[in-house]
Design a protein around this ligand. Structure first.
Ligand code: FAD
Ligand code: SF4
Length: 514
């Protein structure tokens, strides 16, 4: 071989131009690496899903006639780093050229660029041909350190790709149907939640390998992995979503329940893993949803498909741009100077707070939680309790099947912890039991009382919410979007305020006991 091409675990894009032609002189390298299993402690399903998907991708390339070297941990355990491995194979084959696709994580990009700059053979960097916003445009469209509004970005992408557009205007006359979406479940709705599609991928050999190499993992292990690990399964999940879940996607996007066996999946697509490893492309997913809407307008309303399009074309692309424009500083931000340690129940779910117990247990069982669970339950708790953002990041990066730093970091440190000085959001996503009770039935089944702010059974989210606002009043009280809340607080009697703050302090001093 004269050319070695590296494929990373999240670069499983079969439509990439690399594979359009077969080259006898080119060998593809795809490898399980300790570097990638160990940079944080991961959920065992996450590692299994990545390894299984990589193995399937290598096999598919092989049967399409490409030369592929697929290495397992058994083969790579003697190499310290990815670069040591590449160097070995480049020398072994005496290649003239080494090529890679630009990694989506800063850490790996820095590593590969540094490596490339030291080689005598030619090194070429390619685009992953996955995202809708070209990488080169990020720098001119986004200003480092500055807040940008997702809505305007989203509109520009809708126009650019002509999605749900009527000439230059949005179909239906408006860009955003959020006010018609975002309902909570009524009792009768719960029986209608579709049974999720779950695959049965045998990952026993991978689990044995992880054990043999003493890779530290956590969470519920599955020998039959339910996540999609090849393109066919990803397409099956996409079709299932368009047919059965999209009709209620927007409507129940923010709803939560603990009273259904499908509470973990609801009407969410669970496509994030397939998207993030690039088995599916964002434009393909959005076009499939829009086609379903156009084919079945009686079944799928505009607010449903608009809500979904916004997530993929808007939020996902926006988050990536924020990441690249603000790294590496972004991963150090701690604007609210949060210093508390992450409580142990994040690792086992045993807490009297029903909402937290549900979301953490579900995350440990499935390596998955949907957006509002991540944002308004666990994320909200960490924000109110002032948990140190690196510990929050580490948990999110480890536990979720779809977690890669480019998407995890701005969502966690930015959107949820407001640690980024407002680059993502102009106001913190903080909520008391009031919000949680509005969007879920968790409070009805909780040890704590959602109405109480102090006293033995007072819901921790209530006093912590007011304590958060009180301790950060310098940062937020001048914020117009929060002025009503601050007025409400200052209108309370001093005695009442003190009781709330004292209760919160007791909780903050004893976070582990909640
Ligand atoms: P659906 O509810 O079906 O939404 C459809 C798709 O929209 C998702 O697959 C995803 O690709 C995209 N999407 C929606 N919201 C966002 C968003 N805010 N940012 C980026 N893409 C979005 N998403 C990840 O992919 N990886 C992460 O590590 C991750 N960490 C998060 C951490 C926190 C604290 C929060 C609040 C959100 C995080 N998200 C992350 C975003 C979002 O929660 C997940 O993308 C979503 O829950 C995945 O499930 P789904 O595929 O069923 O999504
Ligand atoms: Fe969560 Fe409080 Fe509701 Fe309990 S009462 S479920 S702790 S919000």
């Amino acid at each position: 071989y004269t050319k070695l091409r590296l494929i990373l675990g999240d670069q499983l894009n079969a439509s990439h131009s690399w594979y359009r032609q077969k080259h006898e002189d080119t060998v593809y390298l795809i490898a399980e690496l300790r570097q990638e299993t160990d940079y944080v402690k991961h959920h065992v399903q996450k590692v299994s899903a990545f390894f299984a998907a990589m193995e399937n991708f290598a096999a598919a390339l092989n049967s399409a006639g490409h030369h592929v070297i697929h290495l397992t941990l058994d083969d790579t355990c003697h190499y310290e780093t990815l670069c040591d491995l590449i160097a070995y194979y480049c020398t072994q084959f005496s290649v003239d050229v080494f090529e890679y696709q630009r990694p989506d994580e800063y850490r790996v990009l820095a590593q590969l660029r540094a490596f490339s700059s030291q080689q005598i053979y030619q090194c070429n960097e390619y685009d992953t041909e996955h995202f809708m916003l070209p990488f080169d445009e990020i720098e001119s469209m986004f200003v480092k350190g500055k807040h940008h509004t997702m809505e305007y970005f989203y509109r520009s992408m809708r126009k650019r790709y002509n999605l749900l557009m009527d000439q230059n205007k949005p179909i239906g006359g408006k860009w955003n149907f959020d006010s018609e979406n975002r309902q909570s479940f009524k009792d009768n709705d719960l029986n209608e939640i579709p049974t999720p599609v779950c695959f049965e991928n045998s990952v026993e050999a991978i689990l044995v390998r992880l054990q043999h190499h003493q890779v530290r993992t956590f969470g519920q292990s599955q020998t039959q992995l339910l996540w999609p690990v090849n393109r066919q399964q990803a397409l099956t999940l996409l079709s299932f979503f368009c047919e059965h879940l999209l009709p209620r996607f927007g409507q129940y996007q923010d709803a939560m329940t603990c009273q259904s066996q499908h509470a973990w999946s609801l009407y969410h697509s669970r496509l994030s893993f397939a998207l993030n490893v690039k088995m599916l492309s964002p434009i393909q997913v959005v076009q499939a949803a829009i086609k379903a809407y156009e084919t079945f307008p009686d079944k799928i309303s505009l607010p449903q498909v608009e809500g979904f399009t916004r997530q993929i074309v808007g939020w996902r692309e926006f988050i990536r741009a924020i990441y690249w424009r603000n790294m590496p500083e972004y991963e150090q931000f701690n604007a609210l100077n949060a210093q508390q340690a992450l409580p142990q129940y994040f690792w086992h779910g045993k807490t009297k707070m029903r909402c937290m117990n549900e979301v953490i247990t579900q995350s440990l069982d499935y390596a998955y939680a949907h957006h509002i669970q991540r944002l308004m339950i666990t994320g909200n708790f960490c924000l109110l309790a002032g948990i140190e953002p690196s510990q929050v990041d580490e948990w999110y990066l480890g536990i979720y099947i779809d977690a890669l730093q480019w998407v995890e970091l701005p969502n966690t440190r930015g959107m949820s912890q407001h640690a980024d000085h407002g680059i993502i959001a102009t106001k913190p996503y903080a909520g008391s039991a009031n919000y949680i009770n509005k969007m879920s039935d968790y409070c009805k089944h909780c040890y704590y009382d959602k109405k109480l702010k102090y006293g033995e059974k007072a819901c921790p989210f209530n006093s912590l919410y007011w304590h958060f606002l009180h301790r950060h009043q310098n940062a937020f009280s001048q914020n117009q979007r929060m002025s009503m809340i601050y007025r409400n607080w200052s209108n309370q009697a001093d005695d009442e305020k003190n009781k709330v703050l004292e209760q919160a302090q007791r909780y903050l001093d004893n976070l582990e006991s909640l």
